[in-house]
Design a protein around this ligand. Structure first.
Ligand SMILES: C[S@@+](CC[C@H](N)C(=O)[O-])C[C@H]1O[C@@H](n2cnc3c(N)ncnc32)[C@H](O)[C@@H]1O
Length: 213
């Protein structure tokens, strides 16, 4: 099956601002008969006529919704950032198979975070603390740059209490609401991290001091 004929298109919508949508994403969404995604992503596309399936807490419900509409034209599934980085895309591809899915990349929140502090990130480690405290081994020590997806209430506490104490001489940047009007990027004292309340859209960068000098 040619990529264009696959019934499910998974679209990376970037970190949240419409300015960071790609033309390919817009083209896919414009041809959607069924649009599936979190409400804030659906809101990025107010003018689309197709049916809308909001993804709420139960992802299973959304997957069943996609299943019910297979064969009803183009199904477009919206995900935050890039589909390849800790997104709903994995579950959609697992349920419906790669042969039925086309993936359109998007700008990740991790890209936006590194861009905000002007640092390249090809050698960075990326950890998700988005859903739960991750299990980590000791090999994180060898990375000079670590990005943590930290948009959960207790993620910052986990970083402050579990990850940072083992990380030596690091600087910590808390990047909230990237690309949005209320974007903030601030360096904080690692000791203050545990007590910090941050946005559900937060990436924390932990950078070896020498890298920034
Ligand atoms: C389920 S993960 C999705 C990651 C996404 N696929 C990506 O490439 O950015 C959700 C996490 O993305 C991060 N995130 C998404 N949008 C963000 C934004 N505008 N600013 C900062 N972090 C954001 C937060 O760390 C949040 O916990």
């Amino acid at each position: 099956m040619a990529a264009e004929d696959r019934p499910i298109v998974i679209v990376g919508c970037g970190p949240g601002s419409a300015k960071y949508l790609t033309l390919a994403a817009l083209e896919a969404v414009n041809s959607a008969d069924v649009l599936v995604g979190a409400q804030r992503l659906l809101d990025l596309f107010p003018g689309i006529a197709g049916m809308r399936i909001p993804v709420e807490k139960g992802i299973e419900k959304a997957l069943n919704g996609i299943g019910r509409h297979l064969g009803d034209g183009n199904i477009v599934v919206l995900v935050t950032g890039d589909p390849g980085l800790f997104s709903l895309a994995r579950l959609v591809v697992k349920r419906f198979g790669r042969r039925n899915c086309r993936v359109i990349p998007g700008i990740s929140s991790v890209q936006a975070a590194f861009a905000a502090i002007g640092l390249d990130w090809g050698d960075a480690a990326i950890i998700s603390a988005h859903k739960k405290d991750p299990e980590i081994g000791t090999d994180w020590y060898r990375y000079d740059k670590i990005a943590v997806l930290g948009g959960r209430e207790s993620s910052l506490r986990w970083i402050g209490e579990r990850l940072l104490p083992d990380q030596g001489n690091r600087r910590v940047f808390v990047c909230e609401n990237l690309t949005l009007e209320d974007e903030t990027v601030r360096e904080i004292d690692p000791e203050d991290l545990s007590e910090l309340v941050a946005s559900p859209r937060t990436v924390v960068l932990i950078i070896e001091r020498n890298v920034l000098e």
